[in-house]
Design a protein around this ligand. Structure first.
Ligand SMILES: Cc1ncc(COP(=O)(O)O)c(C=O)c1O
Length: 395
């Protein structure tokens, strides 16, 4: 088996299976080319931290729940509350999100990012429409065709763009390329902020894309799985990179920011939100005990907690970049802007790091590694990883 490829995912592999596959079957965000160390018995303990717990760089989904989200969950776990979102927590969370964006938006809670993106896009399209997205977009690469499925066949049209970003010119070219009946009519543009390669659209770039969507009567969706990291890094108000830039609907990520499960779909274009509740219900995305999806948002959106956690993850990635960029054989692939560092490493170095028990993905091209920091990454984890990398690279 190609060491850079993971085997087909087995549902709930046994511990024995897990060992046999050397943890290759780890399922995370559809990044199916991950391969982890076969030394997996040591994978969660190590020399990294004073508490003996090693925090890995594979994904921000590896981290647990933030104390604030956890406390809110515990607080919500009292008495009886109405089901299906008719509870106080859901009302409070939606109100906090409206306050955050400083505009009257409609808010829906769904279980994951794939559902948020697919259902939001389906809302923007008829089946004969197309969605313009970057060629490495999560909706294209890592959602198993869900956007096409939930929109009854709207086609994703893939556009190139440096640093994982679409451009207004690229969008216009795709719209003008064909206008005949035989072409799936472009209807929506989706951008990822921050992008899949850890870069950021500036507010100006987003406004320019927004203007282009308006010029051509397109809708504008944003995949904000790591929206918190973007806002923390850009130092902007959330409104500046969403509705004020022309975004109609946002998939607002909670999981990677430290919530246990769930994202919100935030409609700034209120007409688009009409009947979305039915769409979500039909797709199996209406949580009956909704308060346990919404309460953590209340915990996270109190006193800027969400941004503090995101800023911390970004800062850890910045330190990681600083420590590993000068190591021999390390080539940084994209500018480090949020909580990820993308590097090209020699294959023996990747293997040696896996053998030391570090978990990370090498899914970008040949040897391209994504090192991801999360809200609970500690400086000592970063320093321990960087020291191991230096040693493995002979630096
Ligand atoms: C850019 C992006 N969008 C969306 C998602 C959400 O995907 P999931 O369905 O795994 O929650 C992810 C998760 O990795 C992501 O990286």
């Amino acid at each position: 088996m190609d060491p850079g490829r993971s085997p087909p995912v087995q549902p709930f592999p046994s511990v024995a299976d897990d060992r046999a596959h050397g943890l290759q079957a780890v399922v995370d965000s559809g990044l199916m080319t991950a391969r982890m160390s076969s030394q997996n018995t040591a994978r969660n303990i190590g020399t990294g931290s004073a508490d003996g717990v090693r925090r890995h760089f594979a994904s921000d989904n590896y981290a647990g729940i933030t104390p604030e989200a956890w406390a809110a969950l515990a607080e919500a776990n009292q008495d009886h509350e109405p089901a299906y979102g008719n509870d106080r927590w859901t009302q409070a969370a939606a109100d906090r999100i409206r306050d955050l964006f400083e505009t009257p938006c409609e808010v829906f809670f769904v279980f994951n990012g794939t559902a948020a993106n697919s259902l939001a896009l389906a809302t923007c399209c008829q089946s004969y429409h197309s969605v313009l997205c970057h060629e490495v977009a999560h909706v294209e690469k890592d959602e198993c065709g869900a956007p096409e499925f939930f929109s009854n066949g709207s086609k994703l049209l893939l556009l190139p763009g440096d640093l994982g970003k679409l451009t207004p010119a690229g969008i216009e070219e795709a719209v003008r390329r064909r206008t005949d009946l035989h072409y799936p009519k472009p209807k929506v543009v989706t951008v990822t902020e921050p992008t899949e390669v850890g870069t950021l659209y500036t507010p100006q770039e987003l406004r320019a894309i927004g203007a282009m969507t308006k010029k051509h009567g397109l809708r504008f969706h944003m995949d904000g799985a790591r929206f918190a990291n973007a806002v923390a890094a850009l130092g902007v108000a959330p409104r500046e990179i969403t509705w004020q830039a022309g975004v109609d609907v946002l998939s607002f990520g909670g999981t990677k920011n430290g919530i246990h499960v769930g994202e919100t779909v935030v409609f700034f274009n209120l007409e688009l939100a009409e009947e979305f509740a039915y769409r979500a219900k039909q797709a199996g995305q209406l949580c009956s005990k909704m308060r346990f999806m919404s309460a953590p948002w209340v915990g996270m959106l109190r006193d800027g907690v969400w941004l503090r956690h995101a800023a911390h993850a970004n800062a850890m990635a910045s330190l990681l970049h600083e420590l590993i960029a000068p190591c021999p054989g390390v080539r940084v692939l994209f500018p480090r802007q949020v909580n990820s560092v993308f590097v090209d490493l020699p294959k023996p170095v990747i293997q040696a790091l896996w053998d030391k028990g570090w978990l990370f993905y090498n899914f970008i091209g040949e040897g391209g590694c994504r090192l991801m920091c999360s809200w609970d990454t500690r400086e000592e984890d970063v320093r321990a990883f960087a020291a191991d990398l230096r040693e493995c690279a002979g630096g």
